[in-house]
Design a protein around this ligand. Sequence first.
Ligand code: SF4
Length: 240
Amino acid sequence: MRTRQPTPPKKSPRAKPVAKPIVALPAPVGAAEREEIFARLRAADPEPKAELVYRNPFTLLVAVVLSAQATDKSVNLATAPLFAVADTPDKMLALGEERVRDFIRTIGLFNTKAKNVIALSRILVERHGGEVPRAREDLEVLPGVGTKTASVVLNVAFGVPTIAVDTHIFRVSNRIPLFVAPTTDKVQAGLEAIVPEPYRLNAHHWLILFGRYICKARKPECPVCPIADLCRYPMKTVAA
Ligand code: SF4
């Protein structure tokens, strides 16, 4: 007697790759639009301030070093009691690495950061009379201090019109676009060349706050954005 062979299961058709929509990158906005964008950011916040809490150039430097890969809020929580006992390089050295580590334990990379804070404090005492130097090259050789940290300190503590570019500013600049480039260093050089002079000193603060609260990474607040009519980002969000 012939047995019936079971019918083999049908192969499901292979899923075809879904083509991603090609979105042409817009050209950066022109000079008149740049002027208008910064005029509106200034009108919304005439005197923008850093969200990191500090007492003097030294505590600003330490706060910025601690803020790498950490939120300003978490840094402020840790530095309030730290700066109450050590707001100069001498006092920080006297406190010592172990105690500094205890104060900043809630911040990411606290072991390395505690080492860097002590090492940079020692250099400030030994080579700069306990002061934070105003020259970029002197700042950038301090442990834990790179281009961005040096730019923030120069801008906020000493009024140099640098535009330190973090992840927020990098995104905002490439989205609007103000200046398009693949690295933060290139965006910084580009912005420092094209942001109209009267806005250059505060541009870092305006753009960072704008990126944090309006032009957010995942879902930008385009429906309430004050520069939506000037922005050329092709994937703006719409009101729900
Ligand atoms: S319209 Fe949207 S994408 Fe453009 S700058 Fe404003 S928040 Fe960012």
